[in-house]
Design a protein around this ligand. Structure first.
Ligand SMILES: Cc1cc2nc3c(=O)[nH]c(=O)nc-3n(C[C@H](O)[C@H](O)[C@H](O)COP(=O)(O)O)c2cc1C
Length: 218
């Protein structure tokens, strides 16, 4: 099954996942990595060239994207070099279609092969990958994406901004506006040209309107 439909991924949105690969000595490695799909359904992964994931993808030319919402998996795979955090070999099993390990107990796996590597200016590489197999264990698979969080937070803040503007509490309104601008920048980076950005643009327009109304009344 190579169908992205069950995962409901929006092209060009960055999703936070765990990428697992084999090291040179055949031991498994895993690390949190943002991934996105392009319009041709290729998967894009951009590891720093200093990371083990970069080296492994460059050498092995394949890996697995593990989809989970368990923050512990993110913690353990991000900080595995710490003595207190152990990334156990027993967490992994063999992937089905590529020469890579995959994590047990996650929501879904995307097994892929690297078809192209591009070097970017900021010490990152971009691997363009072709999906070989998708295995959705849980039908409903929420994937970490900072844009969802950013947008919801902004909507909640905006309801308060409206209230503070109406109360002429400029200090509190400005404090929350700063947060919305911050989330705006995050959303623009994480989820450009999507409904997330449409909502963010609408929120900024609304805030302008509320401020203009108060100005015209005074
Ligand atoms: C949610 C999340 C997303 C991340 N995305 C990336 C990424 O896209 N590229 C990258 O190089 N590092 C990313 N990191 C940092 C790496 O996971 C971290 O540096 C890790 O230790 C690299 O492990 P490795 O050397 O085994 O590849 C991310 C970390 C987190 C927590």
């Amino acid at each position: 099954m190579k169908d992205f439909k069950k995962l409901d991924l929006i092209p060009n949105v960055i999703y936070e996942t765990i990428v697992s690969t084999y090291n040179k000595n055949n031991t498994p490695n895993a690390a949190p990595m943002g991934i996105k799909i392009d319009k041709r359904k290729n998967v894009l992964i951009s590891p720093f060239t200093s990371s083990q994931t970069y080296k492994n993808l460059d050498e092995q030319k394949c890996g697995v994207i593990n989809i989970t919402t368990d923050p512990l998996v993110f913690l353990k795979t991000a900080f595995k070099e710490n003595d207190s955090i152990k990334l156990l070999q027993s967490w992994f099993i063999e992937a089905k279609c590529v020469n890579a390990p995959k994590l047990k107990n996650v929501n879904a796996h995307i097994e892929f092969c690297v078809i192209e590597k591009e070097m970017e200016s900021n010490n990152r590489a971009r691997f363009i990958c072709k999906t070989k197999f998708i295995d959705v264990v849980n039908q409903i698979t929420p994937i970490y994406c900072r844009a969802y969080f950013a947008v919801i937070e902004s909507i909640i803040h905006s309801t308060r901004i409206k209230m503070y503007i109406e109360q002429k509490n400029t200090e509190m309104a400005n404090r929350l506006k700063k947060l919305v601008y911050h989330y705006y920048d995050i959303t623009k980076k994480i989820s450009p040209n999507t409904v997330h950005m449409e909502i963010m643009d609408q929120l900024l327009e609304l805030i302008d309107k509320w401020e203009e109304k108060i100005r015209s009344e005074s």
